[in-house]
Design a protein around this ligand. Structure first.
Ligand code: PEP
Ligand code: MG
Length: 582
């Protein structure tokens, strides 16, 4: 039995599919002489597909952003035609009678060894490029045959060292029942995507890829963060019962769907949804959310092979906006960087990506890409109620600049007589301590605040949200975090604007209770948490939430605050949802 970090709820039982290595760490397979020409042809075909992919990406970037930004793709194309790269791989296949993956791996290794011996940063950078190219070619090889060749035939639970948000977004839900990773934290974007796909997941399970084997029977409890490999019959029977209870609990929650989001003493809390993919709107509607409080638009970009055009973005946003109309949809501008990368949009390697060129910093550095997205968002605003939100604002100047660019795009659309909502509401995320401290100054500049606690916590306690080794510090109830949230809420209210929380914290009922007490007006949660948070809201008195938050702000330790909240909630949950009158 392993204990990890609960990342996405649900209990599943099924065979394991262990992916112990990264794609590029491949096995050597001996190829008979008679099949060597076919193996070389297999490699050449994957190289051609890769070239075509890169050309398409390059053209799109030249068109949408500019030719300087597309320069790197010329370098990729040159490498793909370079005899010391692909030619060398062919030589290895023919001489050593081995598979393409292994031959590419050897070329990569030689290159890395060579570049390590010299201090030329240009060559070092090229070695990274080759690495990324080898991954792309191997990916294209796999698409023509071998991908998941070792996976159990039917449904399975993936066990891997690490999965990127894009890997998770690509998972086929027909086969994948859930996943377990050795790395990651509960608010990493991989975990967030798992929740949005309703795939149970446990992350931060040390060493599991070394001990579990493909085909082992696995129980994955995504709510408690437990993984059991080859359970005995007693545990298996107990978990089958747990699974039934979990499904029953979900069914009971459905009864709350059409009821108001009011506390017992009739204090209104807006309850909205976070989405990553436009398709999630079906679940958002099914659970009757009062709007979309956060659309992480970068996920439209992340699982594509090239940058979506203005038209593609506009169509995705419009679809969501029309379906939600007249309820509001908050579109957040691109938040790339940190743990989210686009394969076709290259950021120079950074020592600390979460402290680097991320979110608004990245879009401001790529104004054409930023304007293209703003145009698509503004055009979608003609079809319903759209709000726009800027991520990771750190200083007021950034907000002024972003608003200025927005005004330029608006003026341009107006000149061209393109329809949009001229009074579109503009907000900013507060997820950096500097912004929290300057909340009064920022509040004067926007129509609403949305607190990104996932980042606010990591930047406050200096603990990477995706690093399981420091997850003990990553505590939403850390008193410093709570004081910042209180400051932000007070600043918002002084400026007469509303404040929401769209970090994962809002979706945990006991934490939502505290957030309400700290003065939060809106909770934006993953679609699958809407009803459990609604149940909490309908079971409490606002006055009790206020008192508990006041007491929490006087405590020194997160663990004591948690005990305090849970004790209070146990006393308070006296209002049963009995057929529920409004
Ligand atoms: C947050 O930081 O809390 C947030 C909602 O944004 P993201 O999780 O996408 O960084
Ligand atoms: Mg964030």
């Amino acid at each position: 039995m392993y204990k990890g970090i609960a990342a996405s709820p649900g209990i599943v039982i099924g065979p394991a599919y262990v992916i112990s290595k990264k794609v590029s760490q491949v096995n050597r397979i001996d190829i008979p002489q008679a099949k060597i020409d076919a193996e070389v042809a297999r490699m050449q075909s994957a190289v051609e597909i890769t070239k075509a992919d890169i050309c398409a990406i390059k053209e799109r970037i030249v068109h949408d952003i500019g030719s300087a930004e597309a320069e790197i793709f010329n370098a990729y194309l040159m490498l793909l035609s370079d005899p010391t790269f692909v030619g060398k791989a062919e030589e290895i296949i023919r001489k050593e009678l081995v598979n393409t993956e292994y031959a590419l791996q050897m070329v990569l290794k030689n290159y890395a060894e060579f570049s390590n011996r010299i201090s030329d940063s240009y060559l070092k950078e090229r070695s990274r490029d080759i690495n990324s190219l080898v991954d792309k070619i191997i990916h294209n090889l796999e698409e023509s045959g071998g991908k998941d060749a070792n996976a159990p035939a039917d449904k399975y639970i993936i066990i891997a060292q690490d999965l990127s948000p894009a890997d998770t977004a690509d998972m086929n839900k027909d086969n994948v029942m859930g996943f377990v990773t050795e790395m990651g934290g509960a608010t990493s974007h991989t975990a967030i995507v798992a929740r949005s796909l309703e795939l149970p997941a446990v992350v931060g399970v040390r060493d599991i890829t070394n001990t579990a084997k493909t085909g082992d029977m696995v129980i994955l409890d995504g709510e408690k963060g437990i993984v059991v490999v080859n359970p005995n019959p007693k545990i298996l029977a107990a978990y089958k019962e747990e699974r039934k209870k979990f499904i029953l609990k979900l069914r009971m929650l459905k009864r709350l769907k059409s009821l108001d989001t009011l506390t017992v003493d009739r204090h209104k809390i807006e309850l909205t949804a976070n989405i990553e993919f436009p398709e999630e709107i079906a679940v958002v509607q099914e659970n009757n959310a009062e709007g979309v409080g956060l659309f992480r638009t970068e996920f439209i970009y992340i699982n594509k092979s090239n940058l979506p055009s203005e038209e593609e973005q506009f169509e995705s946003y419009k679809m969501v906006v029309q379906k939600m109309n007249p309820k509001p949809v908050t579109l957040r501008t691109l938040d790339i960087g940190g743990d989210k990368f686009l394969p076709y949009f290259k950021i120079a390697p950074e020592q600390n990506p979460f402290l680097g060129l991320r979110a608004i910093r990245l879009t401001m550095a790529n104004i054409n890409m930023f304007k293209l997205q703003l145009r698509a968002i503004l055009r979608a605003s003609a079809f319903g109620k759209v709000k726009i939100m800027f991520p990771m604002i750190t200083v007021p100047e950034e907000l002024d600049e972003a608003k200025k660019i927005l005004e330029e795009v608006k003026a341009d659309l107006k000149r061209k007589e393109v329809k949009f909502d001229p009074n579109i509401k503009v907000g900013c995320m507060i997820e950096v301590p500097a912004a929290a401290i300057m909340a009064d100054e920022l509040a004067r500049r926007v129509d609403f605040f949305s607190i990104g606690t996932n980042d606010l916590i990591q930047y406050t306690v200096a603990a990477d949200r995706g690093n399981e080794s420091v997850s003990y510090l990553y505590d939403p109830l850390n008193p410093a975090v709570l004081k910042l949230i209180k400051m932000i809420a007070d600043s918002a209210h002084r400026a007469n604007i509303k404040v929401s929380v769209c970090g994962e914290m809002a979706g945990a009922p006991h934490l939502a209770f505290l957030l309400i007490g700290l003065g939060i007006d809106e909770l934006s949660v993953s679609p699958s948490s809407i009803l459990s948070v609604k149940k909490l809201i309908r079971s409490i008195l606002f006055k009790d939430a206020l008192e508990t938050a006041d007491a929490a702000l006087k405590e020194e330790r997160g663990s004591l605050i948690k005990d305090m909240i849970l004790t209070k909630l146990n006393q308070l949950l006296y209002v049963k949802e009995k057929g529920d009158k409004k």
